[in-house]
Design a protein around this ligand. Sequence first.
Ligand code: NDP
Length: 445
Amino acid sequence: MNVEKIMQELELKHPGEVEYLQAVREVLESIEEFYNSNPQYEKAKIIERLIEPDRVLIFKVPWEDDKGEIHVNIGYRVQFNNAIGPYKGGLRFHPSVNLSILKFLGFEQIFKNALTTLSMGGAKGGSDFNPKGKSNTEIMRFCYSFMLELWRIIGPDTDVPAGDIGVGAREIGYLYGMYRKLLMENTGVLTGKGLNYGGSLIRPEATGYGVVYFTQEMLKTRGLDIKGKKVALSGFGNVAWGAAKKLNSLGAKVITISGPDGYIYDEEGISGEKVDFMLELRASNEDIVKPYAYKFKNSVFYEGKKPWEVPCDIAIPCATQNELDKTDAENLVRNGCICVTEGANMPCTPEAIEVIQKNKLLYAPGKAANAGGVATSGLEMSQNAMKLMWSAEEVDRRLNEIMKNIHSQCVKYGTESDGYINYVKGANIAGFIKVANAMLEQGIY
Ligand code: NDP
């Protein structure tokens, strides 16, 4: 494989799809050496077949607001690769959603899902619909309209969507309701469902818990413990909340959270009722973190700034893509940070990753560290298929095991000659091998 040549051709075919091109380049560069020393992959043109999605469904989503006005949004489902199992990946409702972002997320999802060792292919979907400020009935009408198209290409053994930014339990409920009505069936066609109709215990916390389990494993490789470590988190959504809960239970201290308006620094630690308050902030229509500083007087709000300027032992970006850049990475290194774990998908820019890895910090890419979310979705699918429900302890135990296993795979394929573990390389190669071998075994279609 010649990465530059492939990327040039891809850029010509998909001009302007910046996030997608960035994600493909990162994977290709990290597996290039391995790929080229295993000619069976080149012979079967695995890379050329892997970097284009199997299919993309784009559809209009008309809906009526509470005043009777009609709106039209765009809906997408990118089915990227199902060589190892049904397509699986979340739905994102956010005004920034476009084809490039969903292709980047769907492409990453292939490797992430393979790493979990569960049988799940890669997909992603969503809409440029903005749920913020909408009433429950408006959200319901939008979700119903979205499902009136999506149902055609999903199914419990075909494609199993889940939540992502802007799609939580409420949206999944409405989407599931319309699917059930249309198909007259109760199946595991969506994950992240409510506990009353087939959801799994621990799913809401799973991504954050998994991020922390992975961080623990990384620290162990240097003989370190998470207890007593100061942790800077960004975001204040689902992933940040789960991570904060688990960090506190393990004796670490969470000192920051952030929103699009700025970040909160709380020297005393964000624990107990303060973590619960994150959910209230998230549920408010304003969706900003500033109110935290009004409520908890010893905390400080830094408007328009990011938490990466605060001295910390561990940084866990949990908000969105490209939120931690080169300058932020330099600040973290200068302030003695030892570990950066990606809770969000692709939160570090390529320049930031270069700084972090050059300085030999522990660094985990999202596709390995945040795979606990989709892994627990996989566990939800298993419970649905068996028509039973595991206890929270059972799900948590399996999640922990899966995260340890992902870590071992990264160590196996990512350890470099000087002993440094390149988790990007390790995760990409381990995920690639599983999918590529399945593709080889099944022929070219
Ligand atoms: P949420 O929407 O629950 O939370 C994200 C939070 O971060 C929101 O409060 C958002 O505010 C805020 N935010 C957005 N942009 C910024 C920014 N630039 N700086 C600071 N805060 C910001 O999403 P999730 O927690 O579910 O997801 C977060 C990330 O984790 C995404 O990248 C997602 O793809 C990834 N992920 C999520 C999984 C899950 O199970 N939920 C699984 C694996 C990955 P606002 O809404 O105003 O933009």
